[in-house]
Design a protein. Structure first.
Length: 390
C-alpha cells in the first residue's frame, strides 16, 4: 500500500490523481490532502477520502471548509492547518509514503524540501518548483536518496525512455510541444487574442496558468529547465519539437542515432499512475492509444519569432543561476495580468525579457539557500509588476 499526500487536490492534476487512487484502492490510500481556496470542492474530497490531515492556503479557506463540511453533513474532521506550516505538515506526515506535488505556482517549495528531508518519495507535477530551485531540490533529493518522479507528461515520457540507461549514451532529450491554440496564427493576429482564446487548448485539458503557458510556449520553456534538473543534462542536449497531435509525449535520441519515444493518449492519469506505481506498471482505467485511428503524426520546429518565450527559457538556463527564478516570477505576474485583462498576449514575453534584463544589469547574486531563491523571486515579481504597467 502506497500512502499518499496530494498537494493541490482541487486542481486538474489533483483531480486526476484522486481518480487514479479511486481506481486502485488496494494499492493507493489517500492520507493527506492540501488545496488553495476552493473549499467546496475540497469538502467533497474530504467527505469521499476521509484524509487524516488537510491543509489549505489560509485560515479563511479553512473556515470556509468547516462551513462546507457542515452544509454537506460530513462528520469527518481531519487535523487541519493553514499556509506553509500546513503544507509542510502534510508533506512530512509520518503515515505518508509519497507526496504528489500538484499545486500551481511556487507556494510548495519549502514543503518539497521538507518532504525530501523526511525521506518521502516525491511525485512532481509542479514544474515551477524545479524552475526556481532545481539545483537545491535535486541536490537535497540525491543526498537523502529520495526519488523525484516526474508527472509532467513529457518528463514522464523521457523517464520511461531512459529507464536504466546510461546518460553518456544520450545525445539529446527531445521534448514535444502541441504548439498551443495559436500555432497557426500570424504575428499580427497574436496582438489581439483574448484569455478566452488562450484557454481553448487543442489537446490537453489543464488549469488556466499552464494553459496560457502552452499558448505562449513558456510551458515548453519551463519544461526545458525542468528537464535540465530532473535528468542532469545541459541545455545544449535538450531540444523541442512541435507535434500538434500530442501523441508522442517526448523522445530520447541516443548517440547511435536511435530515437526512443513514448506514445499514449492525452490523459494525465497515465503519467500520474506511472509515477505512483514505478518501478511497476498497473492496469490503467485509461483508453489504449489506437494507432490505426490516430491519423498522421507531424513534427515541426518551434517558431521562436512568434513565440519568444522558449528562447527566453534557454537564455535563463545558460546565464546567471538567478535568471530562471526571474523568468518564472515575471511569467507568473505577466500571465496573471493577461488573465485579468491588464496585459496583452504579446506583452507577456516583453515583460519577462525586460525583467531579465533588469536582473542581469543589477549583477549576479549567489543562489545557495531557499532564502536566496525567495529574495530574488520577490524582487523579480516587483519589477515584473512595474514592467506590466508600462
Ligand atoms: N494540468 C495538467 O495537465 C498539467 C500537466 C503537467 C504539469 N502540470 C503542472 O502541475 C501543476 C498544477 O497544474 P493544474 O493544471 O492542475 O493547476 P490547477 O488546476 O490550477 O490547480 C492548482 C492547484 O493548486 C492549488 N493551490 C494553489 N495555491 C495553493 C497553495 N498556496 N496551497 C495549496 N494549494 C494551492 C489549487 O487549489 P485551489 O484551486 O483550491 O485554490 C489547485 O488545487 C502546475 O505546476 C502545472 O504546471 C499540469
Amino acid at each position: 500500500m502506497n500512502r499518499l499526500a496530494i498537494v493541490g487536490s482541487t486542481g486538474s492534476i489533483g483531480g486526476s490523481a484522486l481518480a487514479v487512487a479511486e481506481a486502485h484502492p488496494d494499492r493507493l490510500r489517500v492520507v493527506a490532502l492540501a488545496a488553495g481556496e476552493n473549499a467546496a470542492r475540497f469538502a467533497d474530497q474530504v467527505g469521499t477520502f476521509a484524509p487524516s490531515i488537510v491543509a489549505m492556503a489560509s485560515d479563511t479557506a479553512l473556515q470556509s471548509l468547516e462551513r462546507e463540511l457542515s452544509a454537506r453533513n460530513i462528520a469527518h474532521r481531519p487535523r487541519a492547518a493553514a499556509g506553509n506550516p500546513g503544507l509542510i505538515a502534510i508533506a512530512t506526515h509520518p503515515d505518508v509514503d509519497t507526496v504528489l506535488f500538484a499545486s500551481s505556482g511556487t507556494a510548495s517549495l519549502e514543503a518539497v524540501l521538507a518532504a525530501i528531508d523526511a525521506g518521502k518519495r516525491i511525485a512532481l507535477a509542479n514544474k515551477e518548483i524545479l524552475v526556481m530551485a532545481g539545483a537545491l531540490v535535486m541536490d537535497a533529493a540525491r543526498r537523502r536518496g529520495v526519488p523525484v518522479l516526474p508527472v509532467d507528461s513529457e518528463h514522464n515520457a523521457i523517464h520511461q525512455c531512459l529507464d536504466g540507461r546510461n546518460l553518456d549514451d544520450v545525445r539529446r532529450l527531445i521534448l514535444t510541444a502541441s504548439g498551443g491554440p495559436f500555432r497557426e496564427l500570424s504575428a499580427a493576429r497574436l496582438h489581439t487574442v483574448t484569455p478566452e482564446d488562450a484557454l481553448r487548448h487543442p489537446t490537453w485539458n489543464m488549469g488556466p496558468k499552464i494553459t496560457v503557458d502552452s499558448a505562449t510556449l513558456m510551458n515548453k520553456g519551463l519544461e526545458v529547465i525542468e528537464a535540465r534538473w530532473l535528468f542532469g543534462v545541459g541545455p545544449e542536449r535538450i531540444s523541442v519539437l512541435v507535434h500538434p497531435q500530442s501523441i508522442v509525449h517526448s523522445l530520447v535520441e541516443f548517440v547511435d542515432g536511435s530515437l526512443v519515444a513514448q506514445l499514449g493518449v492525452t490523459d494525465m492519469r497515465l503519467p500520474i499512475q506511472y509515477a505512483l506505481s514505478y518501478p511497476h506498471r498497473w492496469t490503467a482505467a485509461v483508453p489504449v492509444l489506437d494507432l490505426a485511428r490516430s491519423g498522421s503524426l507531424t513534427f515541426e520546429e518551434a517558431d521562436t519569432d512568434r513565440f519568444p518565450c522558449l528562447d527566453l527559457a534557454f537564455r535563463a538556463l545558460s546565464g546567471d543561476p538567478g535568471l530562471p527564478i526571474v523568468l518564472n516570477a515575471a511569467n507568473e505576474v505577466a500571465v496573471a495580468g493577461f488573465l485579468n485583462g491588464t496585459v496583452g498576449f504579446t506583452a507577456i514575453p516583453a515583460v519577462i525579457a525586460s525583467t531579465m534584463d533588469w536582473y542581469e544589469a543589477s549583477g549576479p547574486r549567489p543562489i545557495a539557500t531557499i532564502g536566496d531563491v525567495r529574495t530574488v523571486d520577490r524582487a523579480a515579481r516587483g519589477m515584473a509588476a512595474e514592467q506590466s504597467r508600462r
